[in-house]
Design a protein around this ligand. Sequence first.
Ligand code: GUN
Length: 291
Amino acid sequence: MILLDGKKTAADIKEEIALEVSYLKNNGQDSPHLAAIIVGNDGASITYVNAKVKACERVGFESTLIRLPENITEEELLNEIAVLNVDNDIDGFIVQLPLPRHIDDQKVIMAIDPNKDVDGFHPTNVGKMALNLPTFISATPFGILELLDRYNVETSGKHVVVLGRSHIVGSPMSILLSQKRKVGNATVTMCHSRTKNLKEITLQADIIIAAIGIPEFLKADMVKDNVTVIDVGITRLADSSKKNGYRLVGDVAFEEVSKKSEFITPVPGGVGPMTIAMLLKNTLLACQRKN
Ligand code: GUN
């Protein structure tokens, strides 16, 4: 079993980005600037956004964190976005999801200038991604492609089973892996909550991408020998023995599934750090495009 070490790979990528930033600075250019909007007080979301801002500092980016109250109106949030869209100092920005229920996610995403949409969530960018045109690929699928690439995991001709059809992970992942691209050319089956005979399907998979948000859903009896497993799940389970009161659990029963795996990502330290690294990569790209 080979562990796909997202923490180490993300550190390598961040080092490469930091080098690019020093190159930009040495040429008298501004360093990339990422802004992040977070609405409300959801603990997990705040942790993720703080990690993104900290990662910016590490690679020499400028960063701006905009914290807005839970009860902000949709209109006020749209106004904040309009300001960032025309701020020449900001190369890219994200609005952390999920948003409070009184705000329409899709309306918010569509208000973001596609050229600054480093999350790659705007329909223009999703459309370009689906057509295999240059664009911002959203950070989690982008990170998974990069991780598979750097560990030379063969995807061409393989049967990939994607569990989950979210707009952020499952859907783009299945599109990307079926495309004609370096990490791609796979035969993809996308499964979701209405899929029948799931185990029959997962047992045929050479590669499984688990992105459903159900802790330890994928068990050893659902996978064949020498499978490659990418675990996108990250659920906080209460654990009084931990300092912070919880432990992070993926969608894969790691103990048992890893014994049958050729490659597998851990949780934490797998896909999570890669997501942040690729957000930085997209921000660097946005900055380079502008100059
Ligand atoms: N919520 C969970 N993942 C993400 C992400 O990649 N970007 C944003 N903006 N929100 C998220």
